[in-house]
Design a binder for this molecule. Structure first.
Ligand code: LGS
Length: 498
């Protein structure tokens, strides 16, 4: 293979079609970063340890346990008390990067701009960051991964109150930059604003489950929440650029999730348009204002009308000023779906652009083989197309900040360790990245697998296990699955030197 450049090797293979493809372990660039990802509430435990305040998830999981499979993350992986062991585990797998999130209520228990900070909580993240760096692992810190301080929700509805939330988030972010920014060089403001808006304020399957309470308006609130998140992001990006970037030399951006959508019936223009529109509603909603400094996409204005908030002149100016500061596109991606245009008019609380989603198309073709979850299909060609779609729209280097899947039967450690489906899924998704880079010219610079270890999967509790390391939640013993060794070995050998 040494006679060929990486691009030549990739060019030898035809596109990723069909469901029985071999994994090729195609080349990746020499400086391509591989890492693992987690989030605070999902792994830390120590729910009330060392002065931590409650987050909306600490409350939600105890309010009505049936909403989270009867489970909570009071202990979870107990990472808060086992952090050194987990860093050693990552070092043994040869990861370059670790993406984690900071629990807002651990470092400001009540969350607000006038509330006191908690030095013990700050110390935990300092120890984590120092240990990572001592083992040659670069920290990537997410400021917000869904665990809003409960006090802010009680005071003013958290994200439902744009100005209050924005001011409190700004103070929290500034504290993080001040205390961790000398060592953290890659920052993510929000994880998946789409999910915080739709799943937490419209469907109600995630905390705070606001739409289940009396007097809520699911027609407008999800869009207002999205508005809050966009403006809070832009505010903090500007704070970083003005006050910290010249001394700290780091990068900042957001993480957006989104499926790739194929038309349900590829011979119908309405379905072709529906697939595109669905991605605009998922990704363009946040991507256009944040990365292009523009208004919400036209399709959204058309379908949502006055349900979508308007930007003031001052807000528009803020987005315009900050768009170019975002240094990368953070992509969480799991699967592909089909999109079918529904007959007009849309329902009055529609949030999709009047589209129905499915895993089977008009010819009965499945989008891909099923993982441990019915909607999560192995569809690497959709991933490659999405990388192209995002690159064409935003022209930023792309970091895969999450990708992975659960497999069936993984409670049993013997089954979990032999995770052939996951190895295949990861192998094919990495090959898709390679093709996107070398065949399509899309700059993808890193890949962080979700997740380092099995953890608390929100409303699904401990059901789906996304880890490359198995966790026995009775004994808290960690056991690497074969996919962990697959990733270790493939990244040792596949990074092209030419
Ligand atoms: O654990 C979460 C992973 C697992 O699957 C992580 O905290 C999130 O950032 C991320 O959303 N994760 C994830 N996403 C899959 C996409 C969900 C889309 C909705 C599926 C509806 C059935």
């Amino acid at each position: 293979a040494s006679m060929f450049s990486a691009a030549d090797i990739v060019a030898q293979y035809s596109p990723l079609t069909g469901h029985d493809l071999p994994v090729r372990n195609l080349p990746l660039p020499p400086d391509f970063a591989w890492g693992t990802a987690t989030s605070a509430y999902q792994i830390e435990g120590g729910a009330l340890q060392d002065g931590k305040g409650k987050s909306i998830w600490d409350v939600y999981t105890h309010l009505e346990p049936s909403r989270t499979n009867g489970q909570n993350a009071d202990v979870s992986c107990d990472h808060y008390n086992r952090m050194p062991e987990d860093v050693e585990l990552m070092a043994s797998l040869g990861v370059d990067v670790y993406r984690f999130s900071i629990a807002w209520a651990r470092i400001i228990p009540l969350g607000g701009r006038d509330d006191p900070a908690n030095e013990k909580g700050i110390a935990f993240y300092n120890h984590l960051i120092d240990r990572l760096l001592a083992r040659g692992i670069q920290p990537v810190a997410t400021l917000y991964h869904w665990d809003t301080p409960q006090a802010l929700y009680e005071r003013y509805g958290a994200m439902l109150n744009t100005d209050e939330f924005r001011a409190d988030f700004e103070r929290y972010a500034r504290l993080c930059f001040e205390r961790f920014g000398d060592r953290v060089k890659k920052w993510v403001t929000f994880n998946e604003p789409y999910i915080s808006s739709i799943f937490a304020h419209l469907n109600g399957t995630l905390a705070p489950g606001h739409c289940r309470e009396a007097g809520t308006d699911t027609k407008t609130e999800p869009w207002r929440v999205g508005h809050t998140l966009l403006l809070s992001h832009a505010t903090v990006v500007e704070v970083y650029a003005k006050e910290f970037q010249s001394s700290q030399q780091g990068e900042i951006s957001v993480v957006l999730n989104g499926h790739y959508y194929e038309p349900y019936d590829a011979s119908k223009q309405a379905d072709i348009d529906a697939a595109e529109r669905r991605m605009v509603f998922y990704i363009g909603w946040f991507g256009d204002p944040i990365y292009l400094g523009k208004d919400y996409p036209d399709e959204m204005r058309e379908y949502l009308g006055s349900r979508l908030p308007a930007f003031t002149a001052e807000e528009r100016e803020l987005l315009r000023r900050t768009a170019h500061i975002n240094a990368f596109y953070g992509m969480n991606h799991y699967s592909t779906k089909y999109a079918r245009a529904l007959p007009d008019p849309p329902a009055d609380n529609d949030w999709t652009g009047n589209i129905e989603e499915s895993a089977v198309n008009s010819e009965g073709k499945e989008v891909g083989p099923v993982s441990g979850l019915g909607w999560l299909r192995l569809a690497p060609e959709g991933f490659r197309k999405l990388l192209n779609w995002v690159w064409r729209r935003y022209h930023l280097p792309i970091v895969i900040t999450e990708n992975g899947c659960p497999c069936p039967g993984e409670d049993d450690v013997a089954v979990a360790v032999d995770d052939k489906f996951r190895q295949r899924y990861l192998g094919l998704y990495l090959d898709a990245i390679s093709r996107a880079i070398y065949t399509d010219g899309v700059p993808v610079t890193g890949y962080y697998v979700w997740s380092l270890m099995d953890n608390f999967e929100w409303s699904a509790g401990y059901g789906p296990r996304y880890g490359i390391v198995h966790v026995d939640f009775a004994t808290l013993k960690r056991t690497p699955k074969n996919s962990a060794y697959y990733l270790r070995d493939t990244f040792k050998s596949r990074r092209a030197t030419s």
